[in-house]
Design a protein around this ligand. Structure first.
Ligand SMILES: [Fe+2]
Length: 266
């Protein structure tokens, strides 16, 4: 079976882009399951119930998230009632939503999707290793294969989590940095891995934000309100080809679609 995972979706224009492109892309790639990190889909941050529903209508089966998932109050009740949006497992139990969900792929496999946040250079949440371990224990025997979105800043922390759980999950992919890494591989234990899927959003800015605003803040350290960049939108992600019977990943391939690689100025 094939699992397409898309990196952080940024901005409402990207929602329209995905509604035009994702249904065809999903067919072309033969994806049986599509997972996407949707925590930044609203301009400028967060995710609303309407935007989450719209992403599901585009052909995403399950949305993961991260440190911006609670930015909008209107998502709290939605997180408690939806089956298609999860938040990192390692937030305190009082937080709305769940950190894991079983979804059925188009070819009939029960896939446990887990979402965890890193703690290096991020909020000091519960230990991500322990949180994933506990979730795997509590869902034991209820799923055919499992995948994990590690929403984290530090590459070393993502690789450490991947190596620790290698062989117990079919795929582990990182999100949050908005820049795709080129280290996709099948680890020794059979887990397909990539440190960061990259961003699905406007590539002419800086991580999806208008370049001049980020440059101003970086140069002066003065506060500046950020807005979503315009221009070309590109989707970044990875396609995991998994043997659902053994739970081992056969191959990982980076996926980029939507526009050219080079920029034009003027
Ligand atoms: Fe994030």
């Amino acid at each position: 079976m094939k699992i397409l995972a898309l990196g952080d979706i940024v901005g409402e224009a990207t929602l329209s882009f995905l509604s035009r492109t994702l249904p065809t892309k999903r067919k072309q790639l033969g994806a049986d399951l599509v997972i996407a990190n949707g925590e930044n889909v609203c301009d400028v941050k967060g995710i609303s119930p309407t935007a989450a529903d719209a992403l599901i209508d585009c052909g995403v089966d399950l949305l993961t998230s991260g440190n911006h998932v609670f930015d909008r109050r209107d998502i709290y009740d939605y997180l408690d009632s939806t089956k298609t949006l999860i938040r990192p497992l390692n937030y305190p139990a009082e937080c709305p939503g769940e950190g894991a969900r079983i979804v059925t792929s188009a070819d009939g496999w029960k896939v446990l999707v887990l979402n965890v946040s890193g703690c290096a250079f991020m909020e000091a949440l519960n230990n991500p290793f322990t949180s994933v371990e506990r979730a795997l224990d509590s869902y034991r025997g209820k799923y055919d294969l499992a995948v994990l979105d590690v929403h984290a800043e530090a590459t070393s922390e993502k690789i450490a989590i991947a190596r620790y759980f290698d062989g117990r999950l079919a795929a582990i992919f990182g999100t949050h940095t908005h820049v795709q890494t080129a280290d996709e591989r099948v680890l020794a234990g059979g887990t397909g891995y990539i440190t960061d899927l990259g961003m699905t959003g406007p590539v002419d800015g800086i991580l999806g934000v208008r370049a001049e605003e980020v440059i101003f803040k970086s140069r002066t350290h003065l506060p500046r309100r950020f807005t979503v960049a315009g221009g070309e939108i590109v989707a970044h992600g990875a396609l995991f080809d998994v043997d659902a019977v053994t739970g081992r990943c056969k191959s990982v391939e980076r996926v980029v679609f939507g526009a050219s690689v080079s920029e034009t100025r003027g």
